[in-house]
Design a protein around this ligand. Sequence first.
Ligand code: NAD
Length: 321
Amino acid sequence: MPKRALVCGAGGFIGSHLVKRLKRDGAWVRGVDIKRPEFSETAADEFLLLDLREEANCRAAAAGSPGGPFDEVYQLAADMGGMGFIHAAECEIMRNSALINIHMTHAAAEAGVGRYFFSSSACVYRDMRADEPELSEAEAYPALPDNEYGWEKLYAERMAMAYGRRTGMAVRIARFQNTYGPEGTWRGGREKAPAALSRKIAEVEDGGTVEIWGDGSAMRAYTYIDDLLEGIIMLMASGLEDGVNIGRREYVSVTELVRTIADIAGKKVNIRSIEGPVGVKARNFRADRIESIGWRSRFSLRDGLSRTYPWVKAQVEAHRT
Ligand code: NAD
């Protein structure tokens, strides 16, 4: 019998890629989301359109796979976006994502699911200086996330762990660093920095000007989607409990990110700083725990952007009026 997996958030960026990966690995996959994937057809064996804020829908999603309870549930559904969205929609994030996690964790445990994966975030950590040593997972406490999205993630982590302790469901929690790649949101207000800047650079003429939020000095690390997927699969199969960081340790400023994309695009661009939600000054975290089970990032920022920029550029050209 193939492994049976449920992917919640299968219409989204990471979820739709994860479904493809699980199918390639031979699993039977049910995808669930409030919307279908935007950029390519789902690879799932079955795709249910459900609003997971509703308890009954979480029960329907978690129940009734052919051959009994799901071996694995991957919970990636969230009301989600880049820094602009995170700051503008804090009530929606606190309400919608908490409802999804409250009901989905309970429904999975109730259905007798074997292993439960929760996608948490580097946003659970406090703000930090760029020159501080990387934070370990344990340093998420005492907690001081910079935004409500991070607080909701911490709550959902704790709830999943509580259900694990009560029911014996194996719970695996990854804290993702900023992740990017083809088929990620690239416009509309929810896009994250690598996609937003790729779009701006694709739109601007050689020698033109690109606007960025803040002075460009905020430091970030970016993880290419294939690296993240490898980490998710390895973590799920491992014995690692509690939150586990997954992310490439290549730290760059926003200005360097712009320069790298412009270089890949073969354009010279000027940068103009404007007011906007910048978020934390830096977010550097250790990857020792995920590396202890053999995970290594294989895609440098340049490698990943070289695969992502052409995709965003093609979207820009296809949508030019
Ligand atoms: P995404 O927005 O592309 O995917 C999230 C999916 O959840 C979307 O398809 C959305 O439709 C779905 N969803 C939202 N509300 C729903 C509802 N009520 N019912 C059913 N489905 C609903 O985001 P992503 O980048 O693929 O992120 C996946 C997960 O990883 C999220 O939990 C996110 O918080 C986490 N994460 C992502 C990043 C990143 O850089 N992309 C970083 C840290 C954590």
